[in-house]
Design a protein around this ligand. Structure first.
Ligand SMILES: Cc1cc2nc3c(=O)[nH]c(=O)nc-3n(C[C@H](O)[C@H](O)[C@H](O)COP(=O)(O)OP(=O)(O)OC[C@H]3O[C@@H](n4cnc5c(N)ncnc54)[C@H](O)[C@@H]3O)c2cc1C
Length: 408
C-alpha cells in the first residue's frame, strides 16, 4: 500500500494539472495520475500549436450546458485576467488574434511547461503512464493502478471528453460518474465539421478550400422545435471542404446543431438583400451579371457556383437591372438565408470538444464536488459545460480547476 494523499487527481490535462498545482501550492499532498506517455497532448495541438489559452471576453453566455448558470461562480472567481497574470509571470509572449482570443506567440508547449512547473512548485507527485484499474470508496478513496494502489480523501476526475481519441481521450470520467450513480447528460461531438450528402457536395464540393465571411446559425426545420430552440448567430468565416462544411462559423454552430437541422448562412452578413440588390441595380455603369455582383461579397468561385445553383439561366444571362420582381425576391431570400442540410457531423475524431457529460445539477458550483459522494469532484471538459470556439474551453478548465483546488 502506497502512502495516503489529500487528493488524487485522475487526468493530467489542462484542468488536472492546474488543479493539482493549485492544491499542492496550498500545502495539500496531491497525486496526479495519467495513462498517457506525454502529458498535455490536447494543449499541445490546441490553437494550431499556439494554444488559444483564454478569451478576454469569457462570460457564462459563451458556454452551453443544460444548467447555464452553473459555470457562473467558477468563471467569476478565476478570470481570464488571472490566467493572463500567470502567463505573464512566466514571460510567455502572447497576442490577441481576434475576438478576444489570446494565443501564445511561440508554442503551446510553453503552457504545458508552465503547468508542469506550477505542479513542481506545489510538490505534486506525478504518476504516468499509469492506467487506473479500479476506483472505490470503502471509507476513503482507493485507486488501484497499473503501478500500485493509492488512497486519498478527495478524488478529482479531470479526464476530459471523448474528442480526438488519439490524444488519450476516454470515457473514463463518465464511467466513474455511473459507478457512483451520478447522472450524465448525453454526450455528442461539438466544435466539429459538418458533413454534406452527395447531391449538395456535387453542387458545392468542387469549391473545397473556399472560405467566406458569413453570419451563420443552426435552425430546426420543424416549426415547433424551432420555437423551442436557442438560435445563436456567429459572425465568422465558413469553409467549404471535400466532405462538407468547416471553418470557425461552422464549428461554432455545430455545437447548437442537432440531426435534421439546417445550417443557415447569411451571405450578406446581416445586410438586407433587397436593399443590397436595389443599390446594385441603381449602380452605373451597370453590373453585367449577378455572379459578378455577388463576387463583391464572397470569393468568385463561390459566387459563380452559387449563382448557377440559385438563379435561372434566363436571370443569369441578363444584367441585374433587367431582373423582374420574382427573380429578385427569390434570390434575396436565399442570400440572407442560404440553407444547407448536413447529414451529420464528422464525429469525435474531428471534434474539438464533447458536449454533455456529468450533469451539473449533481455538482456544487462552488467546489465542483458531487453532492451525493463526499470528496468526489469533476472538473474540466468531463462536466456538462462546453465553451464556444476561441479559448473558452481552456478558461473553463482553469476556472473549474481553481474552484475545486480551493476546496480540497
Ligand atoms: C484539436 C483541438 C484544439 C483545441 N484548441 C483549443 C484552443 O485553442 N482553446 C481552447 O480553449 N480549447 C481548445 N480545445 C479544447 C481543449 O483542449 C479542451 O477543452 C481541454 O483540453 C479540456 O481540458 P481537460 O483537462 O478537461 O481535458 P484534457 O485536456 O483532454 O485532459 C484529459 C487528460 O485525462 C487523461 N485521461 C483520459 N482518460 C484517462 C484514463 N482512463 N486514465 C488516466 N488518464 C486519462 C488524458 O490522457 C488527458 O491527459 C481544443 C481541442 C482540440 C481537440
Amino acid at each position: 500500500m502506497q502512502p495516503h494523499h489529500d487528493a488524487i487527481i485522475i487526468g493530467a490535462g489542462a484542468a488536472g494539472m492546474f488543479c493539482a498545482a493549485r492544491a499542492g501550492q496550498r500545502g495539500r499532498r496531491v497525486l496526479l495520475i495519467d495513462h498517457a506517455e506525454t502529458l498535455g497532448e490536447k494543449i499541445r495541438i490546441s490553437g494550431g500549436g499556439r494554444c488559444n489559452f483564454t478569451n478576454i471576453h469569457a462570460s457564462p453566455a459563451n458556454f452551453l450546458s443544460q444548467n447555464p448558470h452553473f459555470c457562473r461562480s467558477a468563471l467569476a472567481r478565476y478570470t481570464p485576467g488571472d490566467f493572463v497574470k500567470l502567463v505573464t509571470a512566466y514571460r510567455i509572449g502572447y497576442h490577441e488574434k481576434t475576438l478576444g482570443q489570446l494565443f501564445c506567440d511561440e508554442s503551446s508547449q510553453q503552457i504545458i511547461d508552465m503547468l508542469l512547473d506550477e505542479c513542481r512548485r506545489g510538490k505534486v507527485e506525478l504518476l504516468h503512464p499509469a492506467s487506473v484499474v479500479s476506483v472505490d470508496k470503502p471509507d476513503r478513496f482507493r485507486v488501484n493502478t497499473s503501478r500500485g494502489e493509492f488512497t486519498s480523501d478527495a478524488l478529482v476526475i479531470a479526464t476530459g471528453g471523448l474528442s480526438i481519441p488519439a490524444t488519450g481521450a476516454t470515457g473514463f470520467g463518465y464511467d466513474i460518474a455511473k459507478q457512483f450513480d451520478i447522472p450524465l447528460v448525453p454526450t455528442r461531438a461539438g466544435l466539429v465539421p459538418l458533413a454534406l450528402d452527395a447531391p449538395e457536395l456535387e453542387r458545392y464540393g468542387m469549391l473545397s478550400g473556399v472560405a467566406f465571411d458569413t453570419l451563420a446559425h443552426a435552425e430546426p426545420r420543424d416549426a415547433k422545435a424551432k420555437k423551442q430552440s436557442t438560435i445563436v448567430n456567429f459572425r465568422e468565416a465558413a469553409l467549404l471542404t471535400h466532405r462538407g462544411l468547416s471553418g470557425p462559423a461552422v464549428l461554432q454552430i455545430s455545437s447548437y446543431w442537432n440531426a435534421g437541422d439546417d445550417v443557415v448562412f447569411d451571405l450578406l452578413g446581416g445586410r438586407d438583400a433587397n436593399d443590397w440588390l436595389a443599390e446594385l441595380r441603381a449602380r452605373r455603369p451597370v453590373i453585367s451579371s449577378f455572379a459578378k455582383a455577388l463576387a463583391e461579397v464572397v470569393p468568385q468561385r463561390l459566387a459563380d457556383a452559387w449563382a448557377n445553383a440559385h438563379t435561372s439561366a434566363t436571370a443569369r444571362d441578363k444584367s441585374l437591372a433587367d431582373w423582374n420582381k420574382a427573380e429578385l425576391t427569390s434570390v434575396a431570400c436565399e442570400l440572407n438565408a442560404w440553407r444547407l442540410k448536413p447529414s451529420g457531423t464528422l464525429g469525435y475524431k474531428k471534434a474539438e470538444v464533447t458536449l454533455g457529460g456529468v450533469d451539473t445539477r449533481s455538482l456544487s458550483q462552488q467546489t465542483m464536488a458531487a453532492k451525493s459522494v463526499a470528496g468526489l469532484h469533476f472538473i474540466g471538459e468531463v462536466v456538462d459545460v462546453t465553451g464556444w470556439l476561441g479559448g473558452y474551453n481552456f478558461q473553463w478548465a482553469w476556472a473549474s480547476a481553481a474552484a475545486c483546488a480551493e476546496s480540497i
